[in-house]
Design a binder for this molecule. Structure first.
Ligand code: HEM
Length: 471
């Protein structure tokens, strides 16, 4: 790696910066097959050996598949910058996501992808997003209310609460909900679908045919079918209503293919509704879950954030204007997304021979961009495993080389919802931290597990104390 990237954030640290939250201890050497395969199924990150966290690139041969773990920022950039000339979305992505989201904007390639991205992008303009802050703040207040109803001090499954809140927000802001949603059903389906997702990764790596069974496959595919049927009903309702709406569904129904002039087929509309539902709520919920956990371990940061929120917004609801002023709140969220990136890994397939970080990578290699390892890489970060939000103070963050911090990916396929997620996370965290204090529950030691998003293995029960001086 070039020296300009080396430990960019090396500096004197505040004395309280000693919090070292749980991480995965990498094996010294690549695991032999079939242990490597078992690791993929249990928790893909467990199989990444030390070299992935220490070298700019690391090649690992699995039976039938070469893996190239790319962490050098320039090499990562060149992989993600490509739109089909040298790298494409891999079979891992397709097998993992397509049963649920078909060929929507997250999984499509080429012209089909470009058209879908172009059609949906206007919904994510900054001005548009700020209109959603009210819905975000309302969802956060409902979380506080539910916690308060449980008593002044209670144990709460914070991960579930964040999934519920972020789902309510995506439903309120992006999806058609004229006749309401069965939230519990959708939550159950998403959980069933994601629970066995690592089997799809393992099978894709081994080139096992699609029809091959695995434990939980029937339930997972059933969940996808139920979700697709629910979205199909929504599309039908909208068609029958005949009303024009300027929301995600309205835009997709009004869009015409720039080449053929044809309308977007219903299946593709459903693909995208599910794409935004899947991509848009699990991930933000995960970011908030790990943030609340880190704050439970760092009470001094809870007080700092609460003081910032009171100074900016007093006791009133968080507004769009406040979001930009909550700088410390953003630092904490950024640091949480560094230590526990909600999307811990992305992949691309090399379609031709290339050189990356000084190594030859042949066509057919699976390029693994291990975001989790990049964010804890020995060559890129000083004391990478320590929780230290000031790494994201404006001056340090502004000069950080691209692709050293990349929770939202990079290049033309960078996350469409990054600004949406950031605004949502700031609004929810600010609302909660003014009203509650968090503490760890006895014996809590959450292991991060990659299931599309980076979930805590056994959930995240935290002790929640509701403060008397609420908004
Ligand atoms: C903290 C929250 C989030 C994180 C960490 C995250 C992360 C990511 C990452 C890493 C990618 C790139 C995948 C790749 O290159 O293979 C991506 C793509 C995408 N994300 Fe997000 N995301 C978040 C929230 C959201 C939200 C809220 C939405 C929508 C409301 C969303 C919609 C999308 C879409 C549509 C894509 C596909 C873009 C394309 O391929 O052109 N994401 N996200």
């Amino acid at each position: 790696m070039d020296t300009q990237h080396e430990r960019f954030d090396a500096r004197a640290r505040a004395p309280e910066s000693h919090l070292r939250p749980p991480t995965i201890t990498p094996p010294d050497h690549p695991l032999p097959f079939p242990r490597s395969l078992m690791a993929v199924i249990r928790n893909p990150i467990e199989g990444w050996c030390k070299a992935v966290y220490e070298e700019p690139i690391f090649l690992e041969q699995m039976p039938g598949q070469l893996l190239a773990f790319v962490t050098d920022p320039e090499a990562v950039r060149s992989v993600l910058q490509s739109t089909g000339d040298a790298f494409v979305k891999s079979d891992v992505d397709r097998r993992l996501l397509s049963p649920m989201v078909g060929e929507g904007v997250l999984t499509a390639e080429g012209k089909k992808w470009r058209w879908q991205r172009h059609t949906t992008a206007p919904l994510f303009r900054h001005g548009e997003l700020l209109c959603y802050v009210e819905a975000m703040s309302a969802a956060a207040k409902r979380v506080c209310d539910r916690w308060r109803q449980a008593g002044p001090k209670s144990i709460q499954n914070v991960d579930q609460a964040m999934i519920r809140a972020s789902f309510e927000i995506i439903a309120d802001t992006m999806l058609p909900h004229d006749d309401g949603f069965d939230i519990a059903l959708i939550e159950r389906c998403m959980a069933d679908y994601l629970a066995v997702s690592t089997w799809d990764i393992a099978y894709a790596l081994l080139h096992v045919p699609q029809w091959m069974p695995f434990p939980g496959k029937g339930r997972s595919r059933g969940a996808a079918k139920t979700m697709r049927a629910a979205m199909s009903d929504l599309v039908e309702q909208r068609r029958r209503s005949g009303k024009a709406h300027d929301d995600l569904l309205g835009r997709m129904m009004a869009a015409t293919d720039p080449e053929t002039g044809e309308a977007m087929p219903s299946d593709q509309v459903i693909d995208n509704l599910l794409t935004f539902l899947l991509a848009g709520h699990e991930t933000t919920a995960t970011m908030l879950t790990w943030t609340l956990y880190l704050l439970a371990k760092a009470p001094e940061w809870q007080e700092r954030l609460a003081a910032e929120v009171r100074a900016v917004a007093g006791n009133r609801d968080i507004t769009a204007d406040d979001v930009a002023q909550l700088g410390l709140t953003r630092q904490v969220l950024n640091e949480a997304a560094r230590l526990y990136p909600p999307v811990p890994v992305i992949t691309r397939l090399a379609t031709k021979d290339v050189e990356l970080a000084g190594k030859q990578v042949p066509a057919g290699a699976l390029c693994v961009i291990p975001i989790y390892a990049i964010h804890r890489h020995a060559l890129l970060w000083d004391d990478p495993d320590i929780f230290d939000p000031p790494r994201f103070s404006d001056d340090l963050h502004a000069g950080r080389p691209r692709c050293t911090y990349m929770p939202f990916g990079a290049g033309p396929r960078i996350c469409m919802g990054a600004a949406f997620a950031n605004i949502e996370a700031v609004t929810i965290l600010a609302t909660l931290i003014r009203d509650v204090r968090l503490a760890e529950t006895a014996g809590l030691n959450p292991v991060p597990v990659a299931r599309v998003s980076l979930r805590p293995k056994d959930g995240m029960p935290l002790e929640v104390t509701c403060l008397e001086t609420s908004a």
